[in-house]
Every structure is written in C-alpha cells, then in structure tokens.
Design a protein around this ligand. Structure first.
Ligand SMILES: C[S@@+](CC[C@H](N)C(=O)[O-])C[C@H]1O[C@@H](n2cnc3c(N)ncnc32)[C@H](O)[C@@H]1O
Length: 167
C-alpha cells in the first residue's frame, strides 16, 4: 500500500474538486475489481477523501469489506458489491461507475486479467481519463500503453503499472 498511494496521488488528490457536471459527488473515483477484504478501497478513500467501489465475486469478501469500512469509519465513502467482473457489460447499470472513475485497480491472477480485458478496453474508450492500475500481475507490455510504473523489488513485490490504454 505504501507504494500504491504515492502512485495514485496525481489522479486522486484533486478528485473531489474536479468532479464534473456529468458525475456526482458520490460517483466512485477509485474502483477495485477483486476487492477482497476491502483494505485497498478503505485506505484509498481515507487517504484521498474520495469515493471508492469494491467489486468481489464472493459475499464473504464483500461482507468483510463492509465491516472493515465501518471499523475504519469510511463507510460514507466506500461501497462494496458482490459481482462477477467477468459478467460486466458496458451498457449495464453495474458498469456505470467505471464510466466515471479515475482509477480501476487490479490485483488479480492473469486468468482474470485476460477475461476482463475486453470490458476494460470498452470502458476506456468511453472514459478516456480512466487509468487501469495492475499490481503484481500485469498485461503484457504489447497489450497496452504504460503511463507510469513502480519497479519490481525482490521481496515478492512484482511492481505496479498504470495503463493509459489497452489494445
Ligand atoms: C488477490 S485478491 C486482491 C484483494 C485486494 N484487491 C487487495 O489488493 O488486497 C483477488 C480477489 O479477486 C476476487 N475475484 C476473483 N475472481 C473474481 C471475479 N470474477 N470477479 C470479481 N472478483 C473476483 C477474489 O475473490 C479475491 O478476493
């Protein structure tokens, strides 16, 4: 997390003050697909005072994340939904938040990255300001345009990449 927060600074630090007329103040600026116990959304919302959305395929994770957000007093800024990200469709209500988000964060296995790349590409085509952040597992370098990254270290951390575009 100590590597993620500085990377997000340019994208989220002014997020509430740059909300446009097409978005509302409760639209999430940060979306974690595969949000697990919610620690990333909770930390990001707390640090940047921004709205975040966590999507996870299991109720167990969603419920734990909601509990964490209450414990950490961020429940007014965080939303957690049980959804299968591989079933997201561009025109569905579930996809709405991704169309106005600034960051979609992914710390998921390569098989899931592969399955959701098409919908991410579609969302990026209608939300040009959106950046996709991958942690540890990444798209191949020729699958997109990288805007920024944090180098791999030798403690099991395999880097962070910010994707400006996916091909
Ligand atoms: C490695 S954890 C990442 C947790 C969190 N994002 C973090 O960085 O601490 C990956 C999460 O992806 C979720 N996941 C797996 N397949 C998914 C799918 N099809 N749709 C949504 N979430 C999924 C898992 O339930 C798991 O909680």
């Amino acid at each position: 997390m100590e590597r993620l927060i500085p990377l997000l600074e340019p994208y989220l630090s002014l997020s509430l003050s740059t909300t446009t007329t097409t978005t509302t103040t409760t639209d999430p600026q940060f979306v974690d697909i595969g949000s697990g116990d919610g620690r990333v959304c909770v930390t990001v919302s707390k640090h940047f005072t921004c709205h975040s959305l966590g999507i996870d395929v299991t109720d167990l994770c969603t419920n734990r994340a909601k509990q964490l957000s209450v414990e950490e007093k961020t429940s007014h800024l965080t939303t957690f939904l049980t959804l299968d990200a591989t079933a997201l469709k561009l025109d569905s209500d579930e996809c709405g938040p991704l169309k106005c988000a600034r960051i979609v964060y992914l710390f998921v296995f390569p098989s899931l990255l592969k399955e959701i790349k098409k919908i991410l590409k579609e969302v990026m085509s209608v939300n040009e300001g959106l950046r996709v952040v991958t942690q540890n597992y990444h798209f191949e370098d020729d699958e997109g345009e990288i805007e920024a990254e944090v180098e791999v270290e030798d403690d099991g951390f395999k880097g962070l990449k910010i994707w400006k575009r996916l091909y």
